[in-house]
Design a protein around this ligand. Structure first.
Ligand SMILES: C[S@@+](CC[C@H](N)C(=O)[O-])C[C@H]1O[C@@H](n2cnc3c(N)ncnc32)[C@H](O)[C@@H]1O
Length: 182
């Protein structure tokens, strides 16, 4: 699936919630896409600030600088942001398989999603998008992808409810949506 198609699907799923948190935002492609589409505040966090300059350059070109901010943070320590019950939606796209590198264990993403749960408003949505176990990145880069049921367990253990899962086009990309109950 092309990024543009995945991004459109992400937008459809989170709707007009605000503000939006992008966990593991990299160079901010999705941050900028969502800012343009929704006209709402989008905050990207990443453990590395390498992509932030590009994110701000793209935001400036798209005229959404006032809606975009990027912040260096470890997804496992989002409490450092001091924004409990703040976000209407969070997205975590192509990130779960990297959290906790190089010591990849199931508790890395669980810890992070518990932190996401804390910073979401009651009723807030979390959308995870990631490739499934068996992705070529496992052999190419030693990454750890999860099965569909592991990803559901990760979300449930972190406190999310009403989890719905979609696997469009029968490819290995999965969309999981969960809610922080009010
Ligand atoms: C494959 S990239 C995906 C970037 C972006 N979400 C996208 O869709 O293009 C994974 C990103 O997750 C970030 N990341 C990995 N572990 C993280 C952590 N513990 N906390 C925050 N970001 C993390 C990496 O720095 C990287 O930018």
């Amino acid at each position: 699936m092309e990024d543009s198609e995945a991004y459109e699907r992400i937008f459809q799923k989170i709707g007009n919630c605000e503000p939006i948190l992008d966990v593991g935002c990299g160079s901010g492609n999705l941050v900028n896409f969502l800012a343009r589409k929704t006209g709402k505040q989008v905050i990207g966090v990443d453990i590395s600030q390498e992509g932030f300059a590009e994110a701000y350059r793209t935001a400036s070109e798209a005229g959404v600088t006032h809606l975009v901010s990027c912040c260096k943070a470890d997804a496992r320590l989002l409490s450092d942001l001091e924004q409990e019950d703040h976000f209407g939606a969070a997205v975590c796209v192509y990130v779960c398989h990297e959290i906790g590198k190089p010591d990849l264990k199931l508790d890395g993403p669980i810890k992070s999603l518990q932190q996401v749960w804390l910073v979401l408003k009651p009723g807030g949505k979390l959308l995870i998008v990631d490739f499934l176990k068996g992705h070529e990145g496992e052999t190419l880069w030693g990454e750890k992808f999860y099965t569909r049921s592991q990803l559901e367990t990760i979300m449930e253990t972190a406190g999310f409810e009403r989890i719905s899962v979609e696997q469009p086009h029968k490819d290995k990309l999965l969309f999981l949506l969960g809610i922080k109950s009010s």
